[in-house]
Design a protein around this ligand. Structure first.
Ligand SMILES: Cc1cc2nc3c(=O)[nH]c(=O)nc-3n(C[C@H](O)[C@H](O)[C@H](O)COP(=O)(O)OP(=O)(O)OC[C@H]3O[C@@H](n4cnc5c(N)ncnc54)[C@H](O)[C@@H]3O)c2cc1C
Ligand SMILES: NC(=O)c1ccc[n+]([C@@H]2O[C@H](COP(=O)([O-])OP(=O)(O)OC[C@H]3O[C@@H](n4cnc5c(N)ncnc54)[C@H](O)[C@@H]3O)[C@@H](O)[C@H]2O)c1
Length: 489
């Protein structure tokens, strides 16, 4: 058995781990990065990048179909599934290669391949023949797709988001379970590429939305493209030859229906990779799901003792289960890495405003506090709400993308902007404007003083802000858009 002492051991070479390694390396030479699976990061291999590549192909097909609405006849539109998937994999491989390239900057001695697990709070066993003792440790082990046991009868026709990007061709049909962000992004893309699709949810939830009006609006909109039942009653899932048979109650009629699909895509959430780490030997306080208790500003885990004192172990990224998003993994990794590097001294890091974007069409985004969170924090009377639809928004009408709704929340009295839920064309940009406004603690009146060009989608945001300002009793309601701002403003 090889034995080695190091200053910091980072477990997991994903986005959080890479960012933690880089930060901790500023303090010490002996900072090791341990990877037990396939290097290249979830984001590049099976997450953000391949999913956006599939969505880009789907958008292209969709635009071709939509061209007729502008008086442009394209003729027959053929989707070549093999070419679509080949491009997804080719570009995906290029993104992975660029990550692997950047990892070459890490000294070979500091790169370790092997699965790590705890022998005691400071000792890690990596694979069968290495024992590492570390002064500080960062858990950056990410998460993996989870599918319920009920899907097991589908056998090798059961896929998750990891397996889907390995398809060499598009299937004829897919049953998607789970209308979360993964299910909606991938499901809509497959539907737009001509795959016959039904999407089944369980709890009625849809994507990231908490506000019922946004949820209902989105449900109606997606149902215009493919069958979506967020609270489906599925009675059986069975293997039928090379297909999967799903028996369910049809959403509108309530009648039982059995339909066969080439694949069942499980998009039913992700679990943190904490269960094969022997965390019981790490001396940490764990919750009932085995996730360490930690301080979200230092990313420092708490010890199992009664006082919950700060441990030498830090956590970052999807492993923390806090906000499984790329920019969060990066930021949490940076904080954890710096604090592991300077341990036992530690500092609070900046945690940015919550921002989440789903690349569906229309896009879905949430910023800052949800309506319920705002009401919990400020009381029901303390929160004002404003909204605007994209249905008559000038630029959205011009582009034939006039579907969607924005709802914004602010604090009564102070006029402080608190958060928003957005469903509409390219709201990724509006979501950023709102997140940046929140970071700067702007009030609604000040936000309304910002410049708005004409004609742009952001004018829709101005309408929503105006509505919010009037609910705050800090300004008049909009009476006539054209008189006040110009056509479609
Ligand atoms: C389909 C999909 C699309 C997504 N799209 C977006 C998006 O558009 N925007 C966005 O912000 N986020 C997106 N995400 C989320 C984003 O990809 C993740 O939040 C992010 O990649 C998590 O990074 P991480 O470093 O925590 O984990 P990972 O990148 O998974 O890294 C963890 C690493 O730890 C290794 N490991 C685990 N256990 C051990 C062990 N015991 N020993 C050694 N190594 C170990 C694993 O092999 C892995 O390489 C998407 C996710 C999915 C699934
Ligand atoms: N654009 C992005 O930023 C992006 C894209 C993809 C994923 N992600 C991240 O990945 C995380 C995981 O996403 P996800 O969509 O896998 O998980 P999720 O937890 O967000 O959604 C899972 C969905 O599956 C449903 N579900 C659970 N069990 C079910 C069952 N038996 N049958 C039918 N439906 C069932 C849930 O009700 C929920 O709607 C997200 O929280 C997000 O942070 C981000």
């Amino acid at each position: 058995m090889q034995e080695r002492d190091v200053d910091v051991a980072v477990i997991g070479a994903g986005t959080a781990g890479l960012s933690a390694w880089q930060s901790a390396r500023q303090y010490h030479d002996q900072v090791v990065l341990i990877e037990g699976g396939e290097p290249g990061t979830t984001c590049a291999r099976v997450g953000c990048m391949p999913s956006k590549l599939l969505i880009a192909a789907a958008e292209s097909a969709h635009q071709a179909h939509e061209a007729a609405g502008f008086g442009i006849e394209i003729g027959s539109i053929e989707v070549n599934g093999q070419d679509v998937m080949a491009r997804v994999r080719r570009q995906r491989d290029a993104f992975v290669a660029s990550v692997l390239d950047s990892m070459q900057r890490i000294e070979p001695d500091n790169r370790i391949l092997g699965h790590a697990r705890f022998e005691d709070p400071h000792t890690l066993r990596v694979g069968d023949d290495l024992r590492l003792r570390a002064r500080a440790i960062v858990l950056a082990t990410g998460s993996r797709p989870h599918s319920p046991k009920a899907f097991a009868p589908a056998g090798d026709r059961l896929v998750d988001s990891d397996a889907l990007f390995e398809w060499e061709d598009l299937p004829e049909s897919v049953a998607v379970f789970g209308p979360g962000i993964v299910g909606l992004e991938l499901g809509q893309a497959l539907a737009r590429l001509g795959v016959r699709l039904r999407m089944f949810g369980k709890s009625g939830s849809l994507g990231p939305f908490q506000d019922p009006s946004l949820r209902d609006y989105a449900e109606r909109t997606f149902n215009g493209e493919f069958y979506l039942d967020p609270a489906a009653q599925v009675e059986a899932i069975e293997r039928d030859g090379n297909q999967v048979a799903v028996r369910f109650l049809e959403r509108d009629s309530g009648r039982p229906l059995t339909e066969r699909f080439d694949y069942l895509l499980a998009a039913t959430g992700r679990r943190p990779n904490l269960d094969h780490l022997d965390l019981q030997n790490a001396g940490l306080r764990l919750d009932d799901k085995g996730v360490p208790d930690y301080n979200r500003f230092t990313m420092q885990c708490r010890q199992a003792d009664d006082a919950g004192a700060g441990s030498h172990i830090f956590i970052a990224g999807d492993a923390s289960q806090e906000l499984p998003l790329l920019h969060e993994a990066n930021q949490q990794g940076r904080i954890a890495g710096h604090n592991a590097g300077r341990y036992p001294e530690r500092r609070a890091g900046h945690r940015s405003t919550r921002l989440s974007i789903a690349f569906t069409d229309p896009q879905m985004a949430t910023v800052g506090l949800s309506r319920d969170e705002a009401a919990q924090r400020f009381g029901c009377d303390g929160v004002a709400e404003g909204e605007a639809t994209f249905e008559d928004q000038g630029r959205a009408v011009v582009m034939r993308q006039n579907r969607g709704l924005m709802r914004l929340y602010a604090e009564h009295g102070s006029g402080q902007f608190l958060g928003a839920e957005l469903f509409g064309p390219r709201v990724e940009h509006i979501a950023h404007l709102l997140a940046w406004s929140l970071e700067q603690k702007m009030g609604v009146e000040r936000m309304l003083e910002m410049p708005f060009y004409h004609p742009v989608l952001e004018e829709g945001l101005r309408s929503a802000l105006r509505d919010l300002n009037s609910a705050l009793l800090q300004g008049p309601a909009m009476t006539e858009r054209c008189l006040e701002y110009g056509p479609g403003g």
